[in-house]
Design a protein around this ligand. Structure first.
Ligand SMILES: Nc1ncnc2c1ncn2[C@@H]1O[C@H](COP(=O)(O)OP(=O)(O)OP(=O)(O)O)[C@@H](O)[C@H]1O
Ligand code: SF4
Ligand SMILES: [Mg+2]
Length: 343
């Protein structure tokens, strides 16, 4: 975890500001990302949470420069990487940043990897293309990487094809690909969702270990509030393409400052509540072609008042390190909020 103040190093590694992305479809304009602000520093893990369709992946694609365009367009905002706006970079400049300085890990390794190249060739390509290594040296590097992500019998398996690996091992291959050029930032989009529970934990532990060792910034996109408690430093909760709450991880578990976050937390199954019916947030996420006016969460919110139907809540400052886009964050946080947060 980073302890140095951000200002001392001239700003965060990645600073996304007021990002807007829309999809221009035949049915209309889907406003998938509506003013996202988040930042991540070297050595820091930001978990991005939210239900399906909240814009987590689209935000990541816009940061990486891999947005499906058309129909997707960034219409506003900045993606500052070391203070430079990547949205102003040309295609070739962005391609150079991708892989070498920031890399992405996807949920589905089988479709992200090339089925007709063995993993040694795919890993090796990172070094022949980006670093000018010979094929022989690149293969040795590939074996080294496979060992680094603890794939057993790496020397033999370097000639295997993606489909010959188990799901967990394939995910390790993808982590190795992402790590190959030692990027400063990794975006992992639901990296363990497709795996069974024990393998999920092993892959997550590996990712967290590498992140610490290489002092990388990590953006971890997930549905699963249970997973993030151990690995994340801070959390950004997304709803209908906006950040509705940002907070250091432990504060949010103790006292959520947004009713949506509270709903997500209350939906986690708990061992001490076995047999009780699990809480679910009522209703469904909005149709992005017709986002409700005011606070997009109001049709589902137990605390909604008249103002919520007309006025979009800005991100209110809850404390030095926390913010909530709820007009009634004080009511939400209640008296349970930690002493450090009370003003
Ligand atoms: N290629 C596309 N064409 C049209 N609309 C798209 C496209 N990709 C995404 N969208 C729109 O953007 C919305 C947000 O998608 P996104 O993939 O970011 O959600 P997510 O938060 O990552 O959800 P999940 O948890 O299911 O992965 C979608 O609901 C959809 O309306
Ligand atoms: S602004 Fe209103 S509707 Fe939105 S989360 Fe807060 S209380 Fe609920
Ligand atoms: Mg997604």
């Amino acid at each position: 975890m980073s302890t140095e103040p951000v200002s001392a190093r001239g700003g965060p590694l990645l600073d996304v500001r007021n990002l807007h992305v829309e999809f221009r479809t035949r049915e209309g304009v889907a406003r998938a990302v509506n003013g996202v602000d988040y930042a991540v520093d070297a050595g820091e893990t930001l978990a991005v949470l939210g239900e399906s369709g909240s814009g987590k992946s689209v935000t990541a694609q816009a940061i990486m420069g891999i947005l499906d365009s058309p129909p997707g367009f960034v219409t506003q905002g900045q993606v500052l990487f070391h203070g430079e706006d990547l949205l102003k970079f040309g295609t070739e400049q962005r391609r150079k940043v991708r892989g070498a300085r920031m890399a992405m890990i996807f949920q589905d390794a089988l479709s992200a990897l090339n089925p007709v190249l063995n993993v040694g060739e795919q890993l090796g390509e990172m070094f022949t293309v980006h670093r000018g290594l010979s094929r022989k040296d690149a293969r040795a590097k590939a074996v080294e990487l496979m060992e680094r992500v603890r794939i057993p019998a790496a020397k033999e398996r370097v000639r295997s094809y993606p489909h010959q690996f188990s799901g967990g091992m394939r995910q390790r291959v993808m982590i190795a690909m992402a790590m190959a050029l030692e990027p400063e930032l990794i975006i992992a989009d639901e990296p363990t969702t497709a795996l069974d529970v024990t393998v999920q934990a092993q892959v997550m532990d590996l990712l967290a270990e590498l992140q610490r060792e290489y002092n990388m910034g990590l953006i971890l996109i997930t549905h699963d509030l249970g997973v993030v408690a151990d690995v994340a430093d801070k959390i950004a909760v997304m709803y209908a393409g906006r950040i509705v709450e940002t907070s250091p991880v432990h504060d949010i578990y103790r006292a959520p400052a947004h009713p949506y976050t509270k709903g997500l937390l209350d939906s986690i199954p708990r061992v001490d509540q076995k047999g009780q019916e699990l809480y679910a947030i009522k209703g469904l996420p909005p149709n992005l072609l017709h986002i409700p006016p005011g606070c997009a969460f109001h049709p589902r919110c137990p605390l909604a008042q008249d103002i919520c139907r007309t006025k979009i809540p800005p991100l209110y400052r809850v404390s030095e390190v926390r913010a909530s886009a709820c007009h009634f964050w004080k009511e939400c946080i209640g008296d349970d909020r930690p002493a450090a947060d009370k003003t």
